[in-house]
Design a protein around this ligand. Structure first.
Ligand code: SAH
Length: 345
């Protein structure tokens, strides 16, 4: 089953083409698209579509889904983490968080990841495959159905590098806003990237109103090269140039993710370099105490050191905040759960 055959990844125009190529009545396209946007997981659930039609479709198309394999609810806050299985048995993770303004979901865009960031659990074992747009949507459909709530915000910050699955992620962004479907507007969506610069340029051409997050984590090549292999392809200067153009072209501010690692990127010199990198740019810096994963040597600085670094950035005139950690008791950071589950098998 290749991604092109997943009906849930298709827009109305594409479904109309399929319906016409199968010489089926035109009105079926809208009906079928409507069901898909309601999150159906199989042809049988399309109640008003006769078997003669669905059988014909099933010859060449399938409907993707994300089945709840495991669910973990935090005892500390209302964070819920899901381990989903896909049609081929692959596993992905999503996390739902409750904020004052509503529910937010962190979705995966790939099974595993090829980017190789040294501190990240998603990259262990590399990438198995890209997700289809339908599989990204399905994470939201399944969580909403399970929790009985409406999810109003999405962050593409789960497993995988969204810009390494560009076409399906763009398709996802198109379908997630469907009024009869999830109806989540672009301003309620964040996409996070480790810095795939050529794709950042492609993305800015689309002038979407999403928030772009950049996983910066280090303010110079010397440090960034040691933790993020992508930096050897697109260095800090190249990345920041693309970010500046992105903000100019879209009018949207950039959010820089900065995982603080003890004695690595938390010095006053780093703060100064961050200031120089972002000067004059509409940007926000999101400080995250690094989450220790696998047997790596990265330690998180203590809480006081995190706030001290934040204050230092603020005193330099930067817009920086410390990210609230949710779901600390359920391994809510991306990739941690899947890695654990796989180890057990
Ligand atoms: N590939 C994309 C999407 C993953 S988003 C990206 O790199 O942005 C997940 C975010 O969590 C990224 O900012 C990532 O760098 C960060 N992250 C991964 N492992 C982490 C860890 N152990 N501690 C803190 N942040 C981590």
């Amino acid at each position: 089953m290749s991604s092109i055959l997943d009906l849930k990844s298709m827009n109305l125009g594409e479904i109309e083409q399929i319906i016409s190529s199968l010489s089926l009545p035109k009105f079926r396209a809208k009906q079928i698209f409507g069901w898909l946007q309601k999150g159906v997981e199989n042809f049988e659930d399309m109640k008003n579509v006769p078997k003669s039609v669905t059988e014909k479709l099933a010859e060449n198309y399938y409907i993707s889904y994300a089945k709840i394999e495991k669910k973990f609810s935090s005892n500390l806050d209302e964070t819920v983490k899901y381990l989903f299985s896909l049609y081929d048995g692959e596993l992905i993770e999503s996390v739902v968080m409750k904020y004052k303004h509503g529910y937010s979901i962190c979705v995966s865009s790939q099974v595993g990841c090829n980017m190789g960031c040294k501190f990240c659990a998603s990259t262990i074992g590399g990438k198995s495959r890209n997700l289809t747009a339908g599989e990204i949507l399905s994470q939201i459909f399944s969580a909403q159905k399970d929790l009985g709530v409406r999810i109003s915000n999405v962050v593409l910050m789960g497993m995988g590098e969204p810009l390494d699955n560009f076409n399906q992620v763009m398709k996802f962004l198109e379908l997630v806003g469907e009024e009869g479907g999830l109806n989540i507007g672009m301003r309620h969506i964040s996409l996070s990237t480790c810095g795939v610069v050529d794709k950042i340029y492609e993305l800015m051409q689309k002038k979407l109103q999403i928030t772009l997050s950049i996983s910066l984590h280090a303010p110079n090549d010397e440090l960034r090269n040691t933790i993020m292999p992508i930096n050897k392809k697109y260095n800090v200067k190249t990345l920041i140039k693309a970010c500046r153009e992105y903000t100019e072209k879209t009018g949207r501010r950039i959010s820089f993710e900065y995982a603080l690692i003890k004695d690595f990127n938390d010095s006053a010199e780093c703060a100064e370099q961050l200031k120089n990198l972002t000067s004059g740019m509409i940007a926000h810096i999101n400080l995250i105490p690094a989450n220790p994963v696998h047997k790596n040597k990265f330690e998180k600085p203590d809480k006081t050191a995190v706030y001290k670094f934040c204050e230092l950035l603020n005193s330099l005139g930067l817009n920086a905040t410390v990210r609230r950690t949710l779901g600390a008791d359920i391994d809510a950071s991306c990739g941690q759960l899947r890695a654990k589950h796989k180890n057990k098998d």
